[in-house]
Design a binder for this molecule. Structure first.
Ligand code: ADP
Ligand code: MG
Length: 250
């Protein structure tokens, strides 16, 4: 855990606090007793087996899931300002027609002007700036349907970064990406969080990246069963039990 930066305390530098959170769907308790603090500038990895409630926790943070408990966002030094959240969903599928380009998609999200009217020069420049953040200016006129998995992911990341959030949340961004692609994406996320001073919360099944990139690893199985540095969590009895019981790494 990156204790040095904030001394491990949750004073002014705490961006997201979840206290005593529980989620029930029907009679099923999906999440229970979740207490989690994410400090500003921190990269937090959320791990756990399939069905552990990881995506549900993210939906709760995004305000898409009813819950009991307290979820608080804040921007340090600006008590009254709510933190902005950027979100990159898990393997999205697009069914938006063949002719829609990356520029059209950005323009739809950024202005009310209908996509078929094309973009003004100023809007096109703004879209270029967004794509520059993920080094993908070359994709501006590509059709969405023609993007590779990695390219689509970078475009969605660029969308999540406009307007710049305080917290960036990604649901399994590394699934289906090869090792080289993973390192490229993790390096990019690491650079983005330093450049724009934002926190990142990421669900991942790839544990090999944790030691190098994550300040804090949170192991979940409907509740938080272990939380700490990558080494602490990956070498814990709880980690062994959770994944051994389920018979695999997923
Ligand atoms: P994870 O992302 O860790 O794989 P999820 O948060 O997607 O887990 O799901 C956790 C549990 O909650 C699963 O058992 C899933 O079946 C259940 N669940 C999630 N969403 C719903 C829903 N809308 N209705 C009923 N059960 C749900
Ligand atoms: Mg999930």
């Amino acid at each position: 855990m990156n204790m040095g930066l904030h001394g491990g305390s949750c004073g002014h530098a705490c961006c997201l606090r979840i206290q005593d959170l529980s989620v029930k769907i029907g009679n099923d308790t999906i999440l229970q007793d979740i207490n989690l603090h994410i400090h500003c500038g921190e990269m937090v990895a959320l791990i756990g087996p399939n069905g552990a409630g990881k995506s549900t926790l993210i939906k709760t943070i995004l305000g898409q899931q009813p819950y009991e408990g307290i979820v608080t966002f804040s921007v340090p030094g600006q008590r009254s300002r709510k933190a902005k959240i950027g979100y990159v969903p898990q393997s999205p599928t697009f069914d938006i027609g063949d002719s829609v380009s990356v520029a059209d998609l950005f323009a739809c999200c950024m202005s009310r002007r209908p996509a078929f009217l094309g973009q003004s020069a100023a809007m096109r420049e703004k879209i270029m700036e967004c794509l520059e953040r993920v080094r993908s200016e070359n994709l501006i006129d590509k059709r969405i349907g023609a993007l590779s998995g990695g390219e689509l992911q970078r475009v969605l990341l660029a969308l999540a970064l406009e307007p710049l959030p305080n917290i960036l949340i990604l649901d399994e961004p590394l699934s289906g990406v090869d090792v080289e692609g993973m390192e490229t994406l993790m390096d990019m996320l690491d650079e983005i969080r330093k450049t724009y001073d934002l926190s990142i919360l990421m669900i991942t099944h790839d544990f090999s990246m944790l030691a190098r990139y994550a300040d804090q690893v949170v192991l979940m199985d409907r509740q938080i069963v272990r939380q700490g540095s990558a080494a602490d969590v990956l070498e814990s009895e709880e980690f062994r039990q959770v994944f051994h019981r389920k018979g695999g790494t997923q």
